[in-house]
Unconditional design. Sequence first.
Length: 339
Amino acid sequence: MGLVLFFLFLTAALLVVASKTIRIVPQATVIMVERLGRFHKLADSGLHILVPFIDKPRGTYWTGTSPGLFSIDMREQFLDMPLQAAITRDNVQIVVDSVVYWQITDPLKAVYEVVDLIGGIMQLSVTGMRSVMGDMELDQCLSSREEINGKLRVILDEATDKWGVKVLRVDVKNINPPTDVRDTMEKQMTAERNRRALVLQAEGEREAAVTRADGEKQAAIANAEGGKASAILRAEGAAQARLLTAQAEAEAITRITEGMAQSLPQDHLESHVNMSASPAKAKLNNPTHYLITARYIEGLKDMAKSDNTRVIFIPVQTARLLGNAGAITEIFSRVRERT
């Protein structure tokens, strides 16, 4: 019985020694090995043999991790920050929700330069967030998240460089102002949208009015040009008609004169040319007088066509005598007025 207990004790001792001697480190993970309390070596991924009871892995006590964790993860990690209260430059208290992405670049510094690496990053993030938000107004904070992210990353990266940590980026997920401020902002946004709608409507009406006025202007110009061209064409047509009428009358007078010259004796032609001849013969031989008499007769025919018109025929000579008498009467009346 005693021999069995001895073998069991020996087996247990060998297992303990083996557990302290053999260390298998996963990929992307390192272990800080200390010998007699001092740093001895950095054990990266793979199989490592330690001197039992002399070499000992160094444990870490970081916020959010298991107490006495020996392995250190070298991969990129993220830290979801708790809600942080900050006050803007215009004295508005806001609550910020953010996340920090970081990676250990020097595990020796991460273990020996700071007691609580994750806790230190969290505290730096809180103070940096308050510092950045305190230099900006509320509207600028809500509209400049990229600027906030950049400033926070620079602050955290500079502060954690001596800890062997690289802050890759900082993302602000949400910024929550107080309820009354949100209500005021919503009212302001509604008013701004209404103003933009009215401005757009006014601009549309103005452009429509300008377009209509331009169209009316073009139409008026086209109508004026058309009226001008039409008037020119009518005037040219009337001028050509009068010219053709005058040419026809001239040709008629010429032909009448030639016909009268052929039909009348030579002595009548001489009396027509000679101013000392009798006026009656001159009138009979004058083709202009003949045309006027013909038009006078045609006018009387047109007047006689109406049913409500009475026509009294007066010889041309009598009408001229009456006209001369009227002229003589007017002359006597003017002489009396002068005397």
